[in-house]
Design a binder for this molecule. Structure first.
Ligand code: CS2
Ligand code: MN
Length: 347
């Protein structure tokens, strides 16, 4: 496994110098953030990012994310231009040495939580998803804006995109995904860039919008849409693991044995009886997932891909981007190291 860490660029208070001091750190996971979804990333921006990361003594091999334009998910005629741009971005990133691109196919909203700073019993803060809160939210009328939401939507444009999704069935979304993959995966193969879809977070429909990258049956279907090793997964343990239907150790075992996990997001969640969940510390007993079991099957299957601690809590008074502070993610990284070293020693 190659240990990695997400970094939001030169304005991120968690600097590359700090990240480098985490033992065994290999790669930075980042993106060009100042280009709207669907547009081209300039070679200059990519080269500058690569230089900054490499000058700090870290590898530049993973992008999270190259966003997929909404017109591609909706299957609109205008998708052709955005797909061509997507292919060109894959080529440019491949030329710059990128090995893996993470992306998602969630309509409108990326990850969704109902509160970003819920205080846990130990005094730390975490991101949570409470069913009773979500059922009271309506993105079309409320004043709400959550971090996974694209801030560029006005209420009117949001209503329009909701109307467009209203006409789309889940099967249509599958077909639009298949079409997208059939176009981009050959380019990924030529560029030697592994594509790694991120599961829907949480893995069920929200606000009446369909979500399809949710569990085993659908992951099987996804991998067969284009049956190439370059069409793979970002297996996010906390996203899939927030549904009690998903047996995460089994999923990690199955898909890493198939060689289809290119990137693993290591996050623990505490599941509550009503389907709500809280993001917890990485240590297994703090949440509902068997974190050692996850690494054990990855190790058994000879995993050589990238792994990063996913969201962390805010601890020790740290403030910053919810989920993306330094301290708890660094603890997560050393937890990964400790388990992995033990597995290596035990053979
Ligand atoms: C990330 C996602 O913070 C997170 O939960 O895992 O925002 C992820 O970057 C995207 O869904 C991948 O496209
Ligand atoms: Mn994730």
């Amino acid at each position: 496994m190659k240990l990695s860490f997400r970094w939001y660029g030169v304005d991120d208070p968690v600097t590359l110098e700090k990240i480098r001091q985490i033992p065994n750190m290999h790669s930075i996971v980042t993106a060009v953030y100042d280009v709207p979804p669907g547009e081209l990333w300039s070679r200059e921006s990519i080269a500058a990012l690569k230089k900054t990361v490499e000058d700090a003594g870290l590898h530049f091999e993973v992008i999270e994310s190259v966003p997929v334009h909404e017109d591609i998910k909706l299957g609109k005629p205008t998708r052709e231009r955005y797909i061509e741009n997507y292919k060109e971005n894959i080529r440019r990133l491949g030329e710059a040495g990128i090995k893996c691109i993470c992306y998602n196919f969630m309509p409108v909203f990326d990850w969704t939580r109902t509160q970003l700073d819920r205080q846990l019993p130990d005094g730390s803060n975490a991101l949570v998803y409470y069913q009773d809160q979500i059922s009271r939210m309506d993105p079309l009328t409320g004043e709400l804006s959550l971090p996974g939401w694209d801030a560029s939507y006005t209420k009117e444009s949001l209503k329009q995109v909701f109307d467009e999704y209203g006409k789309l069935t889940e099967e249509d979304l599958w077909e639009n995904l298949r079409y997208f993959l059939s176009e981009i995966i050959p380019v990924a193969e030529q560029s030697d860039v592994r594509m790694a879809i991120h599961p829907d977070d949480p893995p069920w429909p929200i606000f009446g919008l369909p979500r399809i990258i949710t569990g085993e049956k659908n992951l099987d279907r996804f991998l067969k849409l284009v049956d190439s090793p370059y069409n793979g997964l970002t297996l996010c343990t906390g996203s899939l693991g927030s549904s009690k239907e998903n047996d995460i150790v089994h999923l990690v075992d199955k898909y890493s044995e198939m060689g289809r996990i290119h990137f693993l997001h290591f996050r623990n969640v505490l599941l509550l009886p009503d389907g709500s969940f809280e993001e917890s510390a990485h240590y297994s007993a703090c949440g509902s997932l068997d974190m050692v079991g996850i690494l054990k099957v990855l190790h058994k299957n000879g995993f050589t891909g990238y792994i990063r601690p996913d969201h962390g809590r805010m601890i020790w008074g740290e403030t910053g981007k919810p989920g993306y502070g330094l301290f708890d993610r660094a603890l997560g990284a050393t937890y990964i190291n400790g388990i992995w070293e033990t597995l290596e020693r035990l053979g």
